[in-house]
Structure formats: C-alpha cells, structure tokens
Ligand binder design. Structure first.
Ligand SMILES: Cc1cc2nc3c(=O)[nH]c(=O)nc-3n(C[C@H](O)[C@H](O)[C@H](O)COP(=O)(O)OP(=O)(O)OC[C@H]3O[C@@H](n4cnc5c(N)ncnc54)[C@H](O)[C@@H]3O)c2cc1C
Length: 611
C-alpha cells in the first residue's frame, strides 16, 4: 500500500523555510495509574461499604476518596425502595472463561516479522479487555456471566504509521479482521466482536502511539498520535501553556483516536467546541489507502472532505493514526460556581437565557432534583453527612426563608474559563439571569465539588452492581422547545414499564443537562433498577433502556449526542436516517474496505460488506 502523501508528521513535504518553529515534546511519562480490568476506572479506587453501612472511596485519587460517606446507603434504599445488606455482596466472578484464540498461521508469521514479540499477545485477559467497552451489558457479562462466547484472538501494539499500514495490508491479504482500540471506554458495544465472526480477529491497540509529535505555538496547533490518552494530553499540553479543550468525563482513559471515531463531546465544548471543531486534520489508514492532507490550513474548500468520514466511523473504515488539533492558551482564569433553583424548569429557563445572552461559560450543567440529592448524600461525615451543596444554615435559608422544596430543587454548576474580562462579563450575566429565575448562589466550592464529582460518580455503577442494582447512563440531544417534555416523558415511560414488569422496588431515574447549543441541549439520563430475584437482569435492563430510547426518539430527541451507535443503538438507526443515507454510508464502506477488514459490525448492519 502506498501513502498518498509522503509527508511526515513533522511536515517535511513543505518547502524549506516555510515551516514554523515547532516544539517536539518528549514521550509522555507513565503516571503509574493502572486501569482496573473488572470495573470502571483505576485499580487504586473503588467504593466499599463499611460494617457501619457508611460508604468509602478507596485510595486518594479524588476529592471524595478517603472519608466515610454515611448518607448514601440510606438514600439509595429510600430511592430504590429496597434494603441493602452490606453482608450480602454479590461479588463478581472475574475473569469469566475465555475462549481459545483462533489463529491464522500465515498472518501470524508475517506479523512476527513486523512487530517485536512483546508487542503481540494472545493472553486471555488482555484479549478479553480489548473486546469490550463500558456498557452495563458488557460489564455485567464480564463480571457475572462466567463465560464469554467470543473475544478478540490477538492484540498487537504498533508503534508507527508504517506498522499500521503494514498491518492493514496483511489483514486484507490474509482475510483477518482488525479492530482499532483506543481506551476501551465506549458505551455502545463498539468493541464487542460479532458472535458469528469466523475470521481471526486482531485488535490494534494504539496505546504505544501516544506521543504529541509537535506543537506549533505560532499557529496554535499540535499534531498528536491517536493513542494519546486524554489525561496525558492535558498534562503535557499544560506544560507548554496550552489545552486542546476537549475534556469528556472519560478523559482519564479515553484517547484522541477514540474521540474521533465516536464523534465525542467534551464537558467544556461551549468554549472549545466538540471534537469535530477541534480536529483540523487527521491521518487514517484504510484498506483502500491512507487518508491525509498535504498541509493544515485553517479551512479549505477542496471537494468532499474524506477526513470527515472518520468522525463517527466507530472502527468500521480504518485506523486513525494521528491528528492535528487546535490549541488554546490555558485560561487566564478558571472559576467554578453553583446556582440552586426552586425546580428543574427554572434551571432550564436560566440555561436558555444564558445561551441566548451568549454567556454560557465553558461548562454549564443542570442537575435535576434526584441528582442534586445524590450530590448531597456524597458528603463526608466530617462535613455533616448531608448537604453537599449547602451548609445547615444555607439549607435553612433556602428551604425556610426562600421556600424552596427539598424534593424539587435543582442545581446548576458553572465552570468559567477565559480572560479576566471574559469571565467577569459571563459572571455578571449569570448573576442577573439567576436572579430572574429565582436562582440562589451555591458558591464556588460547591460548584467545583459538583463538577469534579462526575469523575468519582463514574465508579458507582459497578459498585452498586454488587448490591443487586443495575444502572446505566444514556444521553440524547433535543431542541430547547422539546427538552422538558422529553425528560418528563422518559421518566414517566420508564416508571410505567418498570411497574408493568413487576420489578422489585422503585426505578431510579434522574436527568442532567450537560451541554447547551443555540438550538437545544444534550441531556443525560441515569437509570437504575434493583435486580434482586430478577431473572436475566441485564437483558431486562437493556429492554427498558431501549424503551427509553424509543421514548426519546418519539419525543424529538436524537439517537445519540456523542456516545455513538456501536451495536447498542444500531436497531434504531434506520428510524433516524433515510434509506438513501444508509445506502451511501454502506457504499463508502464498500469502497474503502471491500473485504470488510474492519468487520467489527458497528453502525448499521447494512454497512457490512455482506449486508
Ligand atoms: C465514565 C464514562 C464517561 C464518559 N464520558 C463521555 C463524555 O463526556 N463525552 C463523550 O463523548 N463520551 C464519553 N464517554 C464515552 C467514551 O469515553 C467515548 O466514546 C470515547 O470517545 C471513546 O474513546 P476510547 O479511546 O475509549 O475508544 P474505544 O472505546 O477504544 O473505541 C471506541 C470505538 O472507536 C474505535 N476507535 C478507537 N480508536 C480508534 C482509532 N485510532 N482509529 C479508528 N477507530 C478507533 C474503536 O474501534 C471503537 O469502535 C464516557 C464513557 C464512560 C465510561
């Protein structure tokens, strides 16, 4: 296979003298953090229940780590309507039985000539880890099913563009399937090997292609390899005074290539944009050739932009190896804030007006009452156990003097970033609009705590699974005018369907608005059920989640704002795009990948070559 442009990452094809000064940072140093294989996050962190029924987060990684949290168990019991007995732990039986790998001798012989032996592995647990993301179904399966029918057969770790090009060429020649792997954090089933795949399946991990190749301070761009992990990108760029501004909640483990392939969205998109706004150029290896451009101008009009095919490609078209991204100077000022509203509707009206006033700070999030309460229960015993957003005095003031109802309050967290003047101007508008909508200042420390809590809360799902609770979050985007109805409809439908099935206890349903646009918002739902005594609980949960998705679509929401399709949402794709659209995407797939080398089976089933 030949590369369309012989240009190297440092841009040597450009005429001498035209290159700006570029910084070439050293390879990132490993920070020692080790990912947990059987649950979300890092090995040094997990929730545990103490004999006194308080909960504690182990380790010292997060603000929440360490102290006892006495309020969470009683609150969850009240919400779910089921008693939690700390002694009755449904401990995971990880790892499950893992099938023997399929092999392809001729392919393996050539790979052995290409990569060093230590960059090729058929270790069972490594193969297992590279064959799933973090959906409820996948995590339940690896923890409780006891056996997994199909996992990848081999994992390889290329270190260069040439390695990737040769791997694609070898796979095409030998009829082997390749699956690009970033951080394995997707929540769409995108890495799950199709059960019926008879060919050898080889995961191409980009973990060793994780360098920032260059930083161009004059033009504020950086070229970064696709396997670079978010937390490393943030740390390294900060060392030079920059950020690329893309900060998804999974930033600790997800990668640049994964962000592109899933069409990701960061928490600070109001200031920096979504991934498609930040990436200027990318290089991708497809079986049909390499997609790349000769230079990185700020914008071009050069026909259909094949680079854009990789956004949302979910591993079906090829492997993104590197990308040039925009850089922003680190903000002069970063400030947090929180506002408490009497209810969700007032909060929504505030968010709308903030957007209309063009004053939305880098992050603007609205939690409904249930999430507001969850935040309060995650308060250490030393700080009173309850009232994360409020001290006792504040609580008295808010509920008694201002007349807010504890069971309807909503909270908004704000993260301001920018110059002193920009932040001051946004804060002025926020203050005025909060007052208009009966909002009360929650304070900067509560704002920071509420915002940072997201990282710790991500550990809750796999923790409560041990106490017979299945939980998951799912998201959508919807025009402003339909947002409140959509939230109400999904909550109502899930409550009805939960009751219809006679499931134990109460359903836990909560929502949060996480991103705002001129035309609408992104909404996350958090949904949990007790599965005590329930047969096939994971399937029951998935059925309910799909019903919620049906309701979302009926209520004018999108199939996904940023998590993507994978296999989890593919049955809905024909409902949201035309037949012509599906056929066109399939035609691109067939043209780029006629032998279905990238046969991971995501997106629409018709997109597979046989389909
Ligand atoms: C706790 C949690 C929080 C999350 N928060 C957010 C959020 O705030 N915003 C958001 O957008 N998403 C979020 N996600 C979802 C997930 O992190 C994103 O989808 C992320 O972009 C996946 O990146 P990854 O590197 O982990 O990709 P992986 O999971 O490894 O792969 C995802 C898909 O992309 C393909 N792929 C990966 N790398 C490449 C490559 N180099 N070239 C071609 N294809 C590739 C894979 O084949 C697969 O189909 C969250 C997930 C979790 C578990």
């Amino acid at each position: 296979m030949s590369t369309t442009f012989a240009r190297t990452p440092s841009g040597t094809e450009l005429a001498a003298g035209t290159l700006p000064d570029r910084i070439v940072p050293p390879a990132p140093e490993h920070d020692g953090a080790v990912e947990s294989l059987s649950a979300w996050g890092f090995q040094d962190t997990a929730f545990e229940v103490l004999p006194n029924r308080s909960v504690r987060m182990t380790g010292s990684r997060y603000d929440l780590s360490g102290p006892e949290l006495p309020a969470i168990v009683p609150w969850v019991e009240e919400q779910i309507g089921i008693e939690i007995d700390p002694a009755q732990v449904n401990l995971p039986s990880y790892p499950p039985a893992i099938p023997e790998p399929r092999t392809h001798d001729a392919f393996l012989a050539e790979v052995a000539g290409l990569l060093p032996a230590e960059a090729i592995t058929s270790d069972a647990e490594v193969r297992l880890r590279h064959g799933h993301g973090h959906t409820q179904e996948e995590m339940y399966a690896i923890r409780y099913r006891g056996t997994i029918a199909r996992v990848p057969d081999l994992v390889v770790f290329p270190t260069s563009q040439e390695h990737v090009e040769q791997l694609v060429e070898l796979a095409a020649r030998h009829g082997v399937v390749l699956v690009p792997y970033g951080g394995g954090t997707n929540v769409s089933g995108a890495l799950r090997v199709p059960a019926g795949e008879e060919r050898m399946v080889v995961v191409v991990s980009l973990a060793r292609m994780n360098r920032i190749l260059w930083i161009d301070p004059t033009n504020r761009m950086a070229c970064i390899e696709a396997g670079a992990v978010g937390r490393d990108i943030v740390a390294q760029l900060a060392g030079y005074g920059y950020t690329m501004g893309h900060e998804p909640d999974s930033i600790e483990l997800s990668t640049l290539g994964g962000w592109i392939a899933t069409h990701a969205s960061g928490m600070k998109k109001n200031r920096y944009g979504n991934i498609e706004d930040i990436v200027l150029e990318l290089t991708a290896v497809t079986p049909h050739g390499v997609l790349s451009q000769a230079s990185t101008p700020p914008r071009e009009s050069i026909g259909v932009d094949s680079r854009r095919w990789m956004f949302g490609s979910e591993g079906t078209l090829g492997i993104v190896t590197q990308a040039v991204v925009k850089l922003f100077p680190l903000p002069q000022v970063q400030e947090y804030d929180a506002v408490i509203f009497p209810d969700f509707e007032h909060g929504m009206a505030f968010m709308y007006d903030m957007q209309r006033a063009n004053a939305a700070p880098a992050s603007l999030r609205l939690m409904d009452n249930v999430q507001f309460q969850l935040g309060q229960t995650l308060k250490p015993v030393s700080e009173g156990g309850l009232g994360a957003m409020m001290s006792s005095f504040e609580k008295y003031f808010v509920t008694k003097v201002k007349g807010f109802e504890v069971n309807s309050m909503a909270a908004c967290t704000l993260v301001y970033e920018g110059t002193k003047e920009e932040v001051a101007a946004q804060k002025r508008v926020a203050k005025r609009l909060a007052k208009r909508h009966k909002g009360l200042g929650g304070g900067s420390s509560n704002g920071e705590r509420g915002y940072q809590l997201t990282f710790a809360i991500a550990y809750l799902r796999d923790f409560v699974m041990q106490y017979d609770i299945l939980a998951e979050s799912f998201e959508t985007s919807v025009p402003w005018s339909q947002a409140s109805d959509l939230c109400a409809n999904v909550k109502r439908r899930l409550t009805e369907e939960h009751a219809k099935r006679g499931l134990p206890g109460n359903p836990f349903i909560s929502c949060r608005v996480t991103q705002v646009y001129e035309t609408g918002v992104c909404i996350y739902f958090y949904f949990a059920i007790s599965y005590k005594g329930v047969e096939r609980p994971s399937e029951v949960y998935t059925e309910l989640e799909h019903i919620a998705r049906d309701e979302i679509l009926r209520s004018g929401g999108s199939l996904s704002h940023h998590h993507g399709i994978g296999k989890h949402r593919q049955e809905f794709l024909p409902r949201v795009v035309s037949e012509g659209t599906l056929a066109s995407v399939s035609a691109v797939k067939r043209a780029l990948d006629p032998n279905d080398v990238f046969g991971i089976g995501n997106l629409h089933a018709a997109q597979t070559v046989e389909g």
